[in-house]
Design a protein around this ligand. Structure first.
Ligand code: 5GP
Length: 346
């Protein structure tokens, strides 16, 4: 056994210190980013915020709304090939910068990935997603997919430490998804004791990825726009959101009427009992579910939420004098705070 003595930090443990700024309005801030991906050579431009590949978030309708605003959707892996064909019909080239096809690593997933990519060769991004990105089998799956699709952007995760970011980039991934345990409907930390505070994970993984010309996606744990700003401030190239995009009309979920007259929607982790009942006929006996199911207030169209999130990030940029999102990390100094201090502003 070994203990790492450094204290690792989460979103609630830090705030961004304001800095002298020449910017007078948040309208002067650009949130657009450009990246050239290290293995595929793809050039991407857009607003680097991604809807998570959960079936209560990363839907086709969400993708249409987010693409219009320049954001990205990692589409969940439970659509049929027929549904994909209809969805991709008559799309403009630009649309493909704003969607990712998600896959697991099973043979069935692999075959389905090939079938989806076969529908339209303009599909650019493959998101290879497993709860634990530390297995050898995962690394070799990433290598296989890179070999099969040298020109596609490959996203791989999730991991939380620099050495694994490097290994996955060297195996052929372009972008690494970072986060184990911070998700709003994730119970991994409770069930297994495994995890890593997300701000430290982002700082350490971004450093490792940028050293090799790769990018990272900070995935999980953002509950308000300020957290998204903190994730970018810590060095994230993209931020992925589940809970913050859930509960909207675009998720296609059922709207439930409560006795007190409010309306709610169900939001659940992709390894919760609810998801496993729905997609795999129950939880396998050797594993515990590592996700939970919650009711969240119905929030109407996602457009207002997008504006709220992007407005918060723009404002964070003006507080530190960053005229472009690209400059936010350089201009960020985090101060450590007592968790209670941050709770006051919830
Ligand atoms: P959120 O933005 O809601 O805090 O986090 C979203 C992320 O939580 C997803 O992108 C995914 O990485 C993670 N996640 C989704 N479902 C589950 C689950 O059932 N268990 C775990 N451990 N993580 C999940």
């Amino acid at each position: 056994m070994r203990i790492e003595p450094d204290i690792k930090l989460g979103f609630k443990d830090v705030m961004i210190r304001p800095k002298r700024s020449t910017l007078s309005s948040r309208s002067q801030v650009s949130l657009d980013r450009n990246y050239v991906l290290r293995s595929s050579g793809i050039k991407w431009e857009g607003i680097p915020v991604i809807a998570a590949n959960m079936d209560t978030v990363g839907t086709f309708t969400m993708a249409e709304s987010l693409a219009e605003e320049g954001l990205v959707t990692a589409i969940h892996k439970h659509y049929s090939i027929e549904e994909w064909k209809l969805f991709l019909k008559d799309r403009e080239d630009k649309f493909f910068d704003h969607i990712m096809v998600s896959t697991g690593t099973s043979e069935k997933d692999h075959q389905k990935l090939k079938d989806i990519l076969g529908i339209d060769d303009r599909i650019k991004f493959i998101c290879i997603d497993v709860a634990n990105g530390y297995s050898e089998a995962f690394v070799s799956f990433v290598e296989t997919v890179r070999h099969e699709y040298p020109k596609k952007g490959i996203i791989a995760g999730n991991v939380v430490t620099g050495e694994m970011v490097e290994e996955l980039l060297l195996a052929g991934a372009d972008i690494i998804k970072v986060g184990i345990g911070p998700g709003s409907v994730c119970t991994t930390r409770v069930k297994t004791g495994v995890g890593y505070p997300q701000i430290s994970a982002i700082i350490e993984c971004a450093d490792a990825a940028h050293g090799l010309g790769g990018q990272i996606i900070a995935d999980g744990g953002c509950t308000r726009p300020g957290d998204v700003a903190k994730a970018f401030g810590a060095g994230a190239d993209f931020v992925m959101l589940g809970g913050m995009f859930a509960g909207h009309a675009e998720t296609g979920g059922q709207i439930l009427d409560k006795e007190d007259g409010t309306k709610v929607m169900l939001f659940y982790g992709m390894s919760s009992d609810t998801a496993m009942e729905k997609h795999s006929g129950g939880v396998a006996s050797y594993r515990a579910s590592e996700g939970k199911t919650v009711e969240i207030p119905f929030r109407g169209s996602v457009i207002n939420t997008i504006q709220d999130i992007l407005g918060g990030v723009r404002s964070a940029c003006t507080y530190v004098g960053a005229s472009r999102l690209k400059e936010l990390t350089k201009r960020t100094t985090f101060i450590r705070v007592q968790e209670q201090e941050n709770q006051l502003f919830r």
